[in-house]
Every structure is written in structure tokens, then in C-alpha cells.
Design a protein around this ligand. Structure first.
Ligand code: NAD
Length: 468
């Protein structure tokens, strides 16, 4: 062996040993475009990536990376919408297309991080949005790619890396989205493993992730169980939990428009969005006209107790739990399963029920819309507040009476209050403002964006820089 060869071999061994001790080698072996076989390894990789990202990359670099993500995601948006439906067996392709496009286009980036500035005789103080570090994000089956997209854009914009723990029932679509994002980061010259996950998403892995000391913030988007668990970990947690949005209609509303808007919102992606109208409360004097107007919107009106009971019997199991088989399914499939024949293009099943009916009180996430009559707006507001159940999530109202709108908005205390429009206007589709699919009611961040995923830090410069 020549001296040169020996030297090269020695150097290679030293480098390999170094790489191995620091975890890089194992990491490279086990990572496939951000997807790891082990949760601890995924977190360690994301930890290293974030350090490099924060120390060596500028805000301009972050913007370029996010722009690349938007371009590549948009190029693949039809694939994402199709896979979203196929993988989860829920929702509608056309609506998933809308939801994904909305998220890609309207999730805020770096521009969301506006500093607070104080200046005066004593100098200058800055309060800046700084990264948390590694964020652990748990995502739902109902908006799988949309949540990965809006979380990734916001979290990266704020200088973090993210470890995703997707719903096991949305594994393929979540991995696909994470894969596209990783390719974009690479293409834009960003560090590897800024966005990672494991190839075996499960509740156990999500728990491991939430408890890991290097995960500095948890963002849980899902039902009450996961939000409660995230909030119990003793670290910063953002909880985006369940909703049961009521749509309240008073006698001053444009009833035909209200009927159309409510059916548009309720049928969107087969009612999967947490913001979608889940029950209607209408004052007696306009109830018949509202139902008459809804019937023009391709709905199926169930007008007898037997059919409604048949529907209840398939939507809930014997213990009264929601039957997941019907979540996000087409109205026709649900009706046929209950032995009711209908046309192909039925968008929503509507029926009148009593106020304590399970369809009113449970978050169904199906195109089933119960309608409850009340004698006046006072009774309507009280009922709507009680069926929202303190989720502080979303409420919709159709009215032209400002006093009524104000009364309901103040009483219901929801994060999103939509007036005279379908619920999706509240997340920027046909309404002003940015988009997100992580709406944090329980922990109060509201419609999350980059700044929600940052911590405030202060810099104080005494004795200068005030030019007032
Ligand atoms: P889900 O609660 O079944 O699952 C959500 C995520 O949490 C999944 O990744 C799941 O694996 C994980 N998870 C569940 N229990 C867990 C536990 N004990 N420990 C760790 N991880 C756990 O919800 P889903 O069916 O996927 O989504 C629908 C629910 O999410 C609805 O209640 C809906 O309102 C809510 N949601 C809320 C928002 C929001 O922004 N507020 C957005 C989408 C969905």
C-alpha cells in the first residue's frame, strides 16, 4: 500500500468515525427524503438541521425555500388531491384541490414576522419573533396534506425544523407531501431534514415525539384526545381541536343566499373541515322558506322519523360512538347504506330534528345537516352557544341585523365568526385574510401562521438610535 493510499484510507476512516459519532452516517442510511425508520433519529436529524438553518441561512434564503415549496406543491396539487381521497377514503377530489391550492397560495411566509419596536430617550428596544427550534406537529386525517403544507410553511418561515406525526390513516398522502417539500428545500439549497417524519406513524410514535426533550413546541391538530395530551406535556403546546359549528339564521337574513351558503359550506369536502357547518338553527318565521330554498341546492330532505332513525343507526355504533366508516363519505353512499335510494349528485342530507338530537350534538364530519327551529333570535343564540359546546371554534350567522350579529358573536366566543357567507370564507376562501388548517381555539393562537410558531425575544439597546 502506497503512502498516498494509506493517507486517503486514514482520512476516510477519521471522517467516517466523526460522521458516525455525530449521528450523520446512521441518519443518512435510515432517512429517505425526510422519512426515518426511528422517531429519535428523526428528531436528532431535525435538531441538527434547525441549528444549521438558523445560524447559516438568511431570511431571504427562507423565503426562497418557501417559494420553491409553493411551486413544487402547486405542480403536484392534482396528485395530492387525488391521493388525499384515495389514501383516507374520505372527502371529494374537487374540494381537496381547492383546499390544497388555498393553503399553498395563502399561507403566510416570512413577512408574517413583524418586529415590535420601542424607541425613546433611553434608546431602542426590539421584540422579535425567534424560532422555537424543533417543533413536533401532529396532523389529522381530515385535511392531511393541507395541514402538513400550512404547518411546514409557517414553521420554516419562523426558522424552525419540524417533525411530523401524521394520522396513520393518512400515511401515504402525508409522506408524499413531506417528500415534495424535502425536494423543494433541496432544490432551493436548504439543509436536509428540515421537515421529517417516521415511516410508521402511530399514537406511540406521536407520544414519543411529544415527550422528547429536543422538541420544544408541540402543535396538535385533531380531536379532543390529542389536544389534551399535547397540553399535558409540560412544554409549549398549540392545540387546534374539535368544533361543532352552528349556522344561525334570523328573520332578517337573505334566506335564499343563506340556504345556498350553508349547503356550500356544509358539503365542502363532504363536511370534513372542522370549520364546516354542522347544524342549522333557524327562527320559526323563516324556517319553512329556508328549507324550501335548501331543497333547490341538490339536497335530500328526510321527512320521516323512520328514515332519520335508520340514518342514526348507521352513523353511530351500538355504544353511541361515531362510525368512522361514514366520516367524509358522499351523501349518496351514506343514504344508500341506510337503505334510502337517491340521485347520484345529492350534496347533503337535511332533516328537521329536536334540539337534543345526536346529529346536533355530535361532530359528525359527514354531509348530514340537522335543522332546529327556535321561536326567536334570543332562543336561537342560546341554543347555538350551547351546541357549540365551548369549543371556541367556529360559528356562522346569516342576518342583516347588526345587533343580533354582535350579540351572537360576543356570546359564542368562537375563534372564527362568519357573517353571511359559507364557513370557508373564514379561512380565506371567498373571504379576506390568510389561510390555515390549524385553528387553535383551546390555546388561543387562533388562525395560526409563522408568528404562532415563534417565541418573542427582546433586544435592548440603551443610549442611542432614537431619532424622534
Ligand atoms: P384524531 O383526533 O383522530 O387524530 C388527529 C391526530 O392525533 C392523528 O395524527 C392521530 O394519530 C393523533 N392522535 C390521536 N390521539 C392521540 C393520542 N392520544 N396521542 C398522540 N396522538 C394522538 O382526528 P382526525 O379524525 O384525524 O381529525 C378530525 C378531528 O380533528 C375533528 O375533531 C376536527 O374537528 C379536528 N380538527 C381540528 C382542526 C383545527 O384546526 N382546530 C383542524 C382539523 C381537524
Amino acid at each position: 500500500m502506497s503512502v498516498e493510499t494509506m493517507d486517503i484510507e486514514k482520512i476516510v476512516n477519521i471522517v467516517l468515525e466523526k460522521i458516525n459519532t455525530e449521528g450523520y452516517y446512521e441518519e443518512r442510511k435510515s432517512s429517505n427524503n425526510g422519512v426515518f425508520s426511528d422517531m429519535n433519529m428523526a428528531i436528532e436529524a431535525a435538531y441538527r438541521a434547525q441549528k444549521i438553518f438558523f445560524e447559516d441561512y438568511s431570511l431571504e434564503d427562507r423565503s426562497r425555500i418557501i417559494q420553491a415549496m409553493r411551486e413544487d406543491l402547486m405542480e403536484n396539487v392534482e396528485i395530492l388531491a387525488k391521493l388525499g381521497v384515495n389514501d383516507t377514503g374520505m372527502g371529494r377530489y374537487e374540494d381537496k384541490l381547492v383546499k390544497n391550492k388555498l393553503t399553498i397560495e395563502k399561507t403566510p411566509g416570512v413577512e408574517d414576522l413583524k418586529a415590535e419596536i420601542y424607541s425613546g430617550d433611553l434608546g431602542l428596544a426590539l421584540i422579535e419573533f425567534s424560532p422555537y427550534g424543533v417543533i413536533g406537529a401532529i396532523t389529522p386525517s381530515t385535511n392531511p396534506s393541507e395541514t402538513v403544507i400550512c404547518n411546514s410553511i409557517g414553521m420554516i418561515a419562523a426558522g424552525n425544523s419540524v417533525v411530523f406525526s401524521p394520522h396513520p390513516g393518512a400515511k401515504n398522502i402525508s409522506m408524499k407531501t413531506i417528500g415534495i417539500i424535502n425536494n423543494s428545500i433541496k432544490r432551493a439549497g436548504g439543509p436536509e431534514n428540515l421537515v421529517v417524519t417516521v415511516d410508521d406513524p402511530s399514537i406511540e410514535n406521536a407520544q414519543k415525539m411529544m415527550s422528547h426533550e429536543k422538541v420544544k413546541m408541540i402543535v396538535a391538530t385533531g380531536g379532543p384526545g390529542v389536544v389534551k395530551s399535547a397540553m399535558s406535556k409540560g412544554k409549549k403546546a398549540i392545540g387546534a381541536g374539535a368544533g361543532n359549528p352552528p349556522a344561525l339564521v334570523d328573520e332578517t337574513a337573505d334566506i335564499e343566499k343563506a340556504a345556498k351558503d350553508i349547503i356550500d359550506g356544509c358539503s365542502f369536502d363532504n363536511n370534513l373541515p372542522c370549520i364546516a357547518e354542522k347544524e342549522v338553527i333557524v327562527v320559526e318565521s323563516v324556517a319553512d322558506y329556508l328549507i324550501f330554498s335548501m331543497k333547490k341546492e341538490n339536497v335530500y330532505y328526510l321527512d320521516n322519523k323512520k328514515d332519520i332513525d335508520n340514518l342514526v343507526n348507521i352513523v353511530f355504533d351500538k355504544q353511541g360512538n361515531l362510525n368512522r366508516k361514514y366520516v367524509g363519505k358522499d351523501a349518496k353512499f351514506i343514504l344508500n347504506s341506510a337503505g334510502i335510494k337517491c340521485d347520484e349528485d345529492v350534496r347533503v342530507v337535511i332533516m328537521e330534528v329536536e334540539r337534543n338530537h345526536p346529529f346536533v350534538l355530535e361532530e359528525l364530519m359527514m354531509p348530514i345537516l340537522p335543522i332546529v327551529r327556535v321561536k326567536d333570535i334570543g332562543e336561537g343564540i342560546n341554543l347555538a352557544v350551547s351546541v357549540e359546546q365551548g369549543n371556541r371554534h367556529t360559528a356562522v350567522m346569516h342576518s342583516k341585523n347588526i345587533d343580533n350579529l354582535t350579540r351572537f358573536a360576543r356570546k359564542v366566543e368562537t375563534t372564527i365568526f362568519v357573517k353571511n357567507a359559507p364557513s370557508f370564507a373564514g379561512i380565506g376562501y371567498g373571504g379576506e385574510g390568510y389561510a390555515t388548517f390549524t385553528i387553535a381555539g383551546p390555546t388561543g393562537e387562533g388562525l395560526t401562521s409563522a408568528r404562532s410558531f415563534a417565541r418573542k425575544r427582546k433586544c435592548s439597546l440603551v443610549g442611542g438610535f432614537s431619532i424622534k
